[in-house]
Write a new protein. Structure first.
Length: 342
């Protein structure tokens, strides 16, 4: 599916929707209010326009009801924190952001998996709600998976709060290679791929996960997801002066006009999808004894590629209203998400 001005993307994968999609939507609407992530009506309207419950349902179509609700909650948390880092003063204050990230790290490393922190009222909402997520996610997962997930989430938050924030403060448009590498972290896509293990109840062996073949396939799938998001979010991000978008990075450093830069990134995304599908075959051929883990994990990466395209192309989060200006961040950023004064 292509929006106006966006060339079609190659994606020969079937559209799927979780049968519990409506329940995920209802649960998520209640959860964000219960944990305090959404309080004001203006923030709720913007949040509901994004439709994160449906997003989770098209990228994790095989999750049972409990797990699809958990996935939807993770999406809400990740995107709301991302908004604070991208659109608010928080994303231009590396010192403050570093303090909040340290609080999040303490939750992830706590002996009780965040159970006590989830009940505290003296923590920023972003930290206490993370604690609620972590206590529901970590149970039953292996130590290796927990270490991997925590590292990926910390890499995500650090890249966003230090690398991106530093670029904003110094007025830097990152080089393409640097951007592509860091985008997989700032986009939290490694975190989201880790959640495939939760949904499918997988235990990917450390040696398999660390292999060159697995890593190359994973990075290719993550690139497709991140670049697709950049394609569809370009207008919204540029309206706020954001430079961390592959289309804009290409336009800036290659001295292209906007149309040619968009075409270039769309072509690159389609090529990366083809490369991922070839890497799938190579990975399965190289590790036939791990097919019981690889088949569902690769299926999860496929649904991420397809579902992210479906969501990105239809969500109102990235669509501007005809003749309307982009909403000011002050209208949709909850003030106490990253501060302790409640």
């Amino acid at each position: 599916m292509a929006a106006a001005g966006i060339p079609p993307l190659h994606c020969p994968l079937p559209h799927q929707v979780n049968p519990h999609a409506e329940q995920a939507r209802r649960h998520l609407s209640q959860w964000v209010g219960t944990v305090g992530l959404i309080q004001r009506e203006s923030a709720r309207r913007r949040f509901e326009h994004a439709d994160f419950g449906w997003f989770a349902s098209v990228v994790y179509p095989t999750a049972d009801q409990e797990r699809i609700e958990l996935m939807a909650d993770w999406f809400a948390w990740l995107f709301l924190v991302d908004d604070q880092l991208d659109d608010g003063a928080f994303g231009r204050d590396p010192e403050h952001a570093g303090q909040v990230v340290a609080g999040m790290r303490a939750v992830l490393e706590s002996a009780d998996d965040g159970a006590a922190a989830a009940r505290r009222e003296d923590l920023p909402t972003a930290v206490s709600s993370l604690a609620d997520l972590w206590r529901r996610t970590a149970s039953g997962m292996t130590p290796a998976w927990r270490r991997r997930f925590v590292q990926h989430l910390e890499d995500c938050l650090t890249a966003a709060s230090v690398w991106e924030a530093g670029n904003r403060v110094r007025g830097i448009v990152p080089e393409e290679d640097d951007y592509i590498e860091n985008r997989r972290h700032t986009g939290a896509i490694y975190v989201c791929m880790d959640l495939i293990d939760v949904v499918e109840r997988l235990d990917v062996p450390v040696e398999l996960y660390g292999s060159a073949e697995f890593g190359e396939a994973l990075d290719a799938a993550c690139n497709v997801v991140c670049w697709t998001n950049d394609i569809y979010s370009l207008e919204k991000e540029r309206s706020l002066g954001e430079v961390h978008n592959l289309v804009y990075v290409v336009q800036h450093h290659r001295a292209l006009d906007a149309t040619r830069a968009m075409a270039h990134v769309c072509e690159a995304t389609s090529a990366e999808t083809r490369r991922y599908l070839a890497l799938e075959e190579r990975l399965l051929h190289r590790y036939p004894d791990h097919a019981d883990v690889l088949v569902p994990y690769l299926a999860g990466m496929r649904t991420w590629i397809r579902g992210n395209l479906d969501w990105s192309s239809r969500t109102r989060r990235y669509q501007s209203q005809s003749g309307a200006t982009a909403p000011r961040p002050a209208l949709y950023l909850e003030p106490d998400l990253v501060v302790t004064e409640r």
